[in-house]
Design a protein around this ligand. Structure first.
Ligand SMILES: Nc1ncnc2c1ncn2[C@@H]1O[C@H](COP(=O)(O)OP(=O)(O)OP(=O)(O)O)[C@@H](O)[C@H]1O
Ligand SMILES: [Mg+2]
Length: 264
C-alpha cells in the first residue's frame, strides 16, 4: 500500500493543458539504433508543466525509443530536444538528472543483489555526502511506500514485481525531479498493485512533478493523463486532451483500430 504523500510541494492544483507552459519538447526528431535502424521518423511532442502526458501506441511503435531519445540515450540524427527552453540535443543521459529529469525504464532496473535501501541510496548518489539529506530522502520514500520500510534490508530481487516498481519509483523520486518519465510502469504487475501505482502517478502533479507516461494500458493511461499522443512507426498518429479522446469519434476509431481498444 502506498502511504500519505509528504512534502506535497504546496499541493499544486492541476493546471489546464492549453495554458500550461511547455517544459520538454521533441521537435521533428529522427533517431536510429546503431546508426541506420531508423525508428523515430519526425516525431514531435510537447510535455507540459504539472501535467500528465500519456504516450500510447502498438508494440514496436517507438514509445520507449521516444523516451530514450528525450533522455539522451539516443542522439537524434535530425530534429531537436528542448528542455526548459534550452536546446539539449545530444546531451548525455547522466546530465538529465542534474536538469531535474528522472527516468524509470521499461525493463527492470534494480540491483537484485543489493538491499532495497541500498538501491534507494544509489538514487541519492548526487548528494551522497549530505547524510541528513539522504536520510530525509529515504524517509520520504518510506512514507510514500510503507511496505519498503518493512523490507528495507531485503534483497531487491526477492520482492514482488509491484514492490520492485515501488523501489524504482522511490529511487527516481529521491532527487526531487521536476519531470519524471515512466515507461510501462504497470506492465506485468498484478491489477491491485497497478491501481495503486496509477493512483500514485495521479498524485505526482500535486507534488509539482510533471509526468511523461508511456503505457500499453489505454484505459488507465487515458484515465490518469491530461493529454495523449498516439505513436506508430515512430511518427505522430493522433493527439489530444483526454477529454477529446473520450468525445472525438475519429480519435476513438483510431484507438480502436490501431490498439484494438474501445474507449467508452
Ligand atoms: N536496442 C535496439 N536496437 C535495435 N532496434 C531496437 C532496439 N530497441 C528497440 N528496437 C526496435 O525499435 C522499434 C521500436 O521499439 P520500441 O521499444 O521503442 O517500441 P515500443 O513502442 O516501446 O514497443 P513496446 O510496446 O513493445 O514496448 C522496434 O522495431 C524495436 O524492435
Ligand atoms: Mg516500450
Amino acid at each position: 500500500m502506498t502511504g500519505p504523500i509528504q512534502e506535497p510541494g504546496g499541493g499544486q492544483a492541476r493546471g489546464d493543458w492549453n495554458t500550461a507552459p511547455t517544459v520538454l519538447e521533441m521537435r521533428d526528431v529522427h533517431a536510429a539504433y546503431h546508426g541506420d535502424i531508423l525508428i523515430l521518423n519526425g516525431l514531435s511532442m510537447a510535455i507540459k508543466e504539472g501535467q500528465v502526458t500519456g504516450i500510447i501506441g502498438p508494440n514496436g511503435a517507438g514509445k520507449s525509443t521516444a523516451l530514450k531519445t528525450m533522455y539522451g540515450f539516443l542522439t537524434p540524427s535530425r530534429g531537436t530536444i528542448v528542455l526548459g527552453g534550452e536546446d539539449i540535443t545530444g546531451s548525455p543521459p547522466y546530465d538529465m538528472m542534474g536538469h531535474g529529469v528522472a527516468f524509470v525504464p521499461q525493463n527492470r532496473s534494480l540491483f537484485n543483489d543489493l538491499s532495497v535501501e541500498d538501491n534507494l541510496r544509489l538514487g541519492c548518489w548526487p548528494f551522497r555526502r549530505d547524510k541528513r539529506k539522504v536520510e530525509a530522502a529515504l524517509d520520504r520514500v518510506y512514507t510514500q511506500f510503507p511496505i519498503l520500510k518493512e523490507k528495507w534490508r531485503d534483497m531487491a530481487g526477492s520482492l514482488s514485481g509491484g514492490q520492485q516498481r515501488f523501489v524504482e519509483l522511490g529511487r527516481a523520486l529521491v532527487v526531487k525531479p521536476k519531470i519524471i518519465m515512466l515507461d510501462e510502469p504497470t506492465a506485468m504487475i498484478a491489477p491491485r498493485i497497478s491501481r495503486e501505482i496509477y493512483d500514485f502517478i495521479g498524485t505526482l502533479p500535486e507534488q509539482g512533478i510533471t509526468v511523461v507516461l508511456v503505457d500499453q494500458n489505454v484505459r488507465q493511461c487515458t484515465n490518469v493523463s491530461d493529454y495523449i499522443y498516439i505513436l506508430d512507426l515512430g511518427r505522430n498518429r493522433g493527439e489530444g486532451t483526454t477529454e477529446r479522446f473520450t468525445h472525438d469519434d475519429h480519435l476513438k476509431e483510431m484507438v480502436a483500430e490501431w490498439l484494438d481498444y474501445q474507449i467508452d
